[in-house]
Design a protein around this ligand. Structure first.
Ligand code: ZN
Length: 57
């Protein structure tokens, strides 16, 4: 099993624009998928789902 570390940067799988903002999918070195929602404009709150427990965000 591959272990990830802070020295390995996650790979961007895909990024696309939605009505809520920019959604970025990244895959960690250990294979874990993570989703980030970057809101479009002020007022929105940034959302992160499935962050890898090995890598501090
Ligand atoms: Zn990881």
């Amino acid at each position: 099993m591959t272990q990830c570390s802070t020295e390995q940067r996650p790979t961007i799988v895909s990024r696309h624009l939605t009505s809520d903002g920019l959604v970025v999918w990244t895959r960690c070195a250990c294979g874990r998928l993570r989703m980030d929602l970057v809101p479009d404009g002020p007022g929105g709150s940034r959302l992160t789902a499935g962050p890898c427990p090995h890598v501090p965000s």
